[in-house]
Write a protein that binds this ligand. Sequence first.
Ligand SMILES: [Mg+2]
Length: 299
Amino acid sequence: MTAECLPSTKSAFVFDIDNTLTPPRRQLEREMADALRWLKVPFALAAGSDLPLLEHQFFGPLHSFGFRGIFDAFVCNGAARYRCAYDDLTFRCECIDDFSFEKELGKEAYAKLLCVLRQALDLDQFRLPSFLEVIGNQILERGSMVNFAPIGRPTGVLSASERANRDAFVPFDRTSGFREGLLAYLRERVDRDLPGNNIFIALGGQTSFDIGMRGRDKSYAVRRLLAEGFPHVTYVGDALYRGGNDVAVLDFQVSLGTDRNKLTVVQVDGCQETLQLLRNPSLSFEPVSPPYTGSVCSR
Ligand SMILES: [Mg+2]
């Protein structure tokens, strides 16, 4: 989506997907698809997941619920950009801007990073309790970023046992601070082993970590849209908390200085809040108010 290829407008929305437009790791629902169909301004997506996961979770359902039109999806935490065009028969997502994390970081540094992740999983302090299983790959190399999931990342639709495992991890993580502790460890190790790096590590969704290059994060969609001529962008996400993967957008807002009013950042607590926002933008939630003082997403 660019200002040039879409009708002239004063503003655009950028949405996180998981827990913002859909329930966590569940498919888009009709109410949200309808809200997007009737949205009066262009929108783009900034998704933590990769394209195959999103096809089932979001793109397919959006088409079957009747959405027709065009939007851009910044996937893999925002690093790769796809143009998604929907007509009556099909929807197509064409990559228009790709990015290689390994190439950007360098082969040797990238290998070191993967080594840090593997070693962390072997430490006693990050051993999972016996009621949790590892299901699927724990380190997912997605080209433009790495998703690191201590309980593993099943592919496709979650089975009942995979969902039960995930559902057991979420309260465990919340009460034990498991990911917070692991996040601090990873940042320290990455800074020690890869000095001067430009890597961000953030909590991804409810179970994993997103790891990639600063700038090629959730803020990238907003950066591009503003650079391509949209005078104002509203970003909506759920992970605008300390360590969350949407926080890069707040860091970018701070960097805008006197232009920060070009970007409004709205935190939602799940997709029901997003629905309320879309149905009545003039009565929307309070934006996260600057000055934002904690740069917690990056490294
Ligand atoms: Mg989210």
